[in-house]
Design a protein around this ligand. Structure first.
Ligand code: SAH
Length: 386
């Protein structure tokens, strides 16, 4: 990946000198989406086992490109099954035409391309969908344009640009990239963790802002009385997106699928992490050059959407969800068609569903319109109580 055109560290240092300590959310937002030096703005961070030629990976002597690998890049089966889930929802919603088909943070466009290919069996669905992609990165928009060259696609910056219409939405590993704030319980109340200048003034360190009674109101109720020393992360951007989705689904028939990693219920503990070339990295060194992510608080996201009028299902574990949608049958079919690839297909299937790999840490949450608007989506495929 090319070096950022300017040092984001200098920019962060200058801002802290001018304005004082920076919230972790502001730091994370700058690191990921600063217009020129932000992590997502300059290159393609995604690697895949099949990309053996990447020179970053050659440095490591392994065969992974980029900094991290996502499920759609592991196997086409992931996007295909999600495509069929979306088409199934569309049918159960009464085949609305037009219907918005939205993806948040589509990366290289692989999931959407695989999904649409799988839906060739439902041609009316393909005719009805109006594809919108929410993507901040110019270089990834370019990659999406290539993957979806045969589709009519609209790129937007935020969901607020969507017209009022029935909605199907998918987001894989998008919410984990949204900026989080961290709060620590002290003897004097909840205090926000912030980024400060370390001694000498040219490196960064974590500090603690003075506690404020206003902070307590932001902490999920189940965690508010935590022991001193406990740390809680909040994702204001994720919560407002969930509320926005909830409002849209309360007005228009539709369904959303949010796939990401994190615990099923709100939990305390720091999860903010930096990843570079498939290795953990220090969060405060090399701002803009490592991916920064944090676990998703599915419980709070679901609560925000439900408060706005939507219905929530799950989260269920990714492994169980993909198996309910038929990944084992799909893998067997692909292997029968391409026996030379059977081992590779089985390895990918396992990576997606095995609890020791992505199967359990990754979870799937569905938000739908309330039963009055979407009576046949109660529950959507893969969310039936067992
Ligand atoms: N969903 C893809 C990519 C995940 S990486 C996959 O599974 O492979 C996160 C994606 O979200 C990237 O496309 C990144 O550019 C985009 N992104 C991150 N923050 C964003 C923001 N604030 N607004 C819009 N897109 C964002």
């Amino acid at each position: 990946m090319p070096l950022p055109p300017m040092s984001l560290l200098d920019e962060v240092v200058k801002r802290i000198e001018r304005q004082g300590p920076m919230s972790i959310a502001d730091y994370m937002g700058l690191c990921l989406t600063h217009p020129t030096a932000g992590y997502y703005m300059s290159g393609d961070p995604l690697g895949a086992p099949k990309l053996g030629s990447d020179d970053l990976a050659d440095d490591l002597g392994d065969d992974l490109g980029g900094d991290f690998v996502t499920a759609p890049e592991v196997s086409q089966m992931f996007g295909e099954l999600i495509g069929l889930w979306l088409a199934d929802c569309w049918l159960r919603l009464g085949s609305p035409d037009p219907c918005l088909l939205v993806e948040l943070g589509p990366g290289r466009g692989t999931l959407m391309a695989d999904a649409l290919r799988a839906c060739r069996a439902v041609p009316d669905f393909l005719k009805a969908v109006d594809i919108h992609l929410v993507e901040v990165s110019p270089s990834l928009r370019q990659a999406q344009r290539r993957s979806l060259a045969d589709q009519r696609v609209t790129w937007i910056d935020t969901l607020a640009e969507l017209p009022e219409a029935p909605l199907l939405l998918v987001a894989n590993e998008f919410f984990d990239a949204l900026p989080i704030r961290q709060f620590e319980k002290t003897a004097a109340g909840w205090a926000e963790r912030v980024v400060v200048l370390a001694q000498g003034g040219d490196t960064l360190a974590f500090g603690l802002a003075p506690p404020s009674p206003l902070n307590a109101a932001l902490i999920p109720e189940s965690l508010r009385d935590a022991e001193p020393g406990s740390l809680v992360e909040l994702c204001p951007a994720g919560l407002s997106l969930a509320a926005y989705l909830g409002e849209h689904l309360a007005q228009q028939p539709g369904a959303a699928l949010i796939i990401d990693y994190g615990p099923a219920r709100s939990a305390s503990g720091p999860t903010l992490q930096a990843l570079r070339r498939h290795r953990y990295h220090d969060v405060l060194s090399d701002p803009g050059r490592a991916d920064l992510t944090a676990h998703i608080d599915f419980q709070s996201l679901a609560a925000a959407a439900v408060a706005a009028g939507a219905q929530a299902y799950g989260p269920v574990e990714q492994g169980a969800f993909l198996q309910a949608l038929g990944i084992d049958t799909r893998a067997a079919h692909l292997s029968a068609t391409a026996p030379a690839k059977a081992e590779e297909i089985e390895a990918a299937r396992q990576r997606l569903v095995d609890p020791a790999e992505m199967g359990s840490l990754f979870k799937v949450l569905s938000l739908t319109s309330p039963p009055a608007l979407a009576p046949n989506l109660d529950p959507p495929a893969g969310f039936a109580a067992v």
